[in-house]
Design a binder for this molecule. Structure first.
Ligand SMILES: Nc1ncnc2c1ncn2[C@@H]1O[C@H](COP(=O)(O)OP(=O)(O)OP(=O)(O)O)[C@@H](O)[C@H]1O
Ligand SMILES: [Mg+2]
Length: 456
């Protein structure tokens, strides 16, 4: 199993509509502060989410499942994201939407399995022999290419490493020079090189350079203590899915046809059940030996009612597995038919046997005051000015339609204000855009009224 080269495959997500949310906003006793960390109201649900976070932190929750249920726009997705913020980036959090499982290329259960494995972390601790220090010199030594001609190749590279205790000059293989370049190592960076594999890890810029005008995103680290050459505990966080990907082979056999096929196709890797079993075996061995620690994370499946009976059955079984993550579902459905069945009607569109296992967190519609506060927060995050009349009318719209619709009106309203060369959004802007852009309820009314002029 290759561990060194495992790349993280964390999904990037666009959560711009939730960008104001920074956490659950609870005090140390776990009670909700009315307005904190970007969350407003919905106290009971936030406190319940706080308990979930505690259980995850103390690792008492693997294989359990939670359902967030409530009407549209009541903050279910927002609270789930707040949970992930509270957990920090060491605990894997894998968000997905129920409808993601329906793809023409991949089996439904395969999609679920992949996401399950994205939500299970593994922390690998290894004591390794390393050379660590601040880079004081980095000189590639070139020679004439052995192939002749005019080309030159790097024969070796001289690197100087400094720690608080001393400095050392190393002569390294050209292959390490490549990894140095890949990590963009420069003089003044703190790095370590693994003695066995030659893998290079850049830890950051030495803090003696912290006063320099430098890129803002730079991380400064202190000059390492001890010798340059030492044994060091290296910690690496990966998910089971990262391991699957790193160990998957491009698909196809050995014959000429499939090799041709591979040339045509972009390199596609296949993760088979067999590979997963293999990896589980090795992971278990590592855990027994104390090299690795399992970090069960969170799998968040939004709009769970989009799943069908087949995937629900699979989910049910997957939850029983000894290495299951915590699963959080969200839905805004009431009683409805379970997808993929003719007539099984069930609360939230979830089969009863699965529903029985779930702990349910309820979200309630917002009152006018909360609505106002959330809209104010959103306006701030998006950088819009809003006078109080406009806010009132927006909150009014929010109570009539949904909070999400009211949030979405902000940007168009800011545009109309700009067209009228104002920097503050007024009530007129809100009225104008709300007449131009309908919400679902009004649109349904329009459809009802003019149904005879629409095509059936
Ligand atoms: N308590 C809250 N505090 C601050 N912002 C909130 C709160 N609740 C919801 N929001 C914001 O309101 C918008 C709608 O909320 P969200 O998307 O979480 O609703 P939802 O319950 O997931 O709805 P749906 O059922 O339609 O998926 C989002 O931009 C969200 O960030
Ligand atoms: Mg949602």
């Amino acid at each position: 199993m290759k561990i060194e080269e495992v790349k993280s495959t964390v999904k990037t997500q666009r959560i711009s509509s939730h960008s104001h949310i920074k956490g659950l906003g609870l005090n140390e006793n776990g009670s909700a502060i009315p307005m904190a960390s970007g969350l407003v109201g919905q106290e009971a649900a936030r406190e319940a989410a706080g308990i979930v976070v505690d259980m995850i932190r103390t690792k008492r929750m693997a294989g359990r499942a939670i359902l967030m249920a409530g009407p549209p726009g009541t903050g279910k997705t927002a609270i789930a994201l707040a949970i992930s913020q509270e957990l920090g980036n060491k605990v894997p959090f894998c968000p997905m939407v129920g409808s993601e499982v329906f793809s023409s290329e991949i089996k439904k259960t395969e999609v679920l399995m992949e996401n399950f494995r994205r939500a299970i972390g593994l922390r690998l601790k290894e004591v390794k022999e390393v050379y660590e220090g601040e880079v004081t010199e980095l000189t590639p030594i070139e020679t004439e290419s052995p192939m002749g001609g005019y080309g030159k190749t790097v024969s070796h590279v001289i690197i100087g490493l400094k720690t608080a205790k001393g400095t050392k000059q190393l002569k390294l293989d050209p292959s390490i020079y490549e990894s140095l370049q890949k990590e963009k190592v420069d003089v003044g960076d703190v790095i370590y090189i693994e003695a066995n594999s030659g893998a290079v890890k850049r830890q950051g810029r030495s803090d003696t350079f912290a006063t320099e005008f430098d890129l803002e995103a730079e991380e400064y680290v202190p000059l390492p203590k001890g010798d340059v050459h030492k044994r060091k505990e290296v910690i690496q966080d990966v998910t089971l899915h990262d391991l699957d990907v790193a160990n998957a082979r491009p698909q196809g056999g050995q014959d000429i046809l499939s090799m041709m096929g591979q040339l045509m196709k972009s390199k596609k890797t296949e993760i088979t059940d067999k590979l997963r079993k293999e990896i589980n075996k090795i992971v278990n061995k590592y855990i027994d030996e104390g090299i690795a620690e399992l970090v069960p994370g969170v799998l968040f499946i939004d709009e769970i009612h989009m799943l069908d009976i087949e995937t629900f059955t699979y989910l049910h079984r997957a939850l029983e597995s000894p290495i299951a993550p915590i699963v959080i579902f969200a839905t805004n459905r009431g009683r409805c038919t379970v997808r993929g069945t003719e007539d099984v009607v069930s609360p939230h569109g979830i089969p009863m046997d699965l529903l029985n296992r779930l702990l349910i967190i309820r979200t309630l519609p917002y009152n006018r005051k909360d609505m106002e506060n959330i809209l104010k927060l959103r306006a701030q995050t998006e950088g819009h000015n809003l006078n109080s009349d406009a806010l009132q009318s927006l909150a009014e719209i929010g109570t009539r339609a949904t909070l999400r619709y009211a949030c979405q009106l902000l940007t168009p309203a800011a545009l109309t204000a700009k067209v009228n060369s104002r920097s503050t959004i007024t009530k007129e802007d809100i009225t104008e855009v709300s007449q131009l852009l309908l919400d679902a309820k009004s649109s349904t009314k329009v459809l009802e009224k003019y149904k005879n002029i629409y095509m059936k």
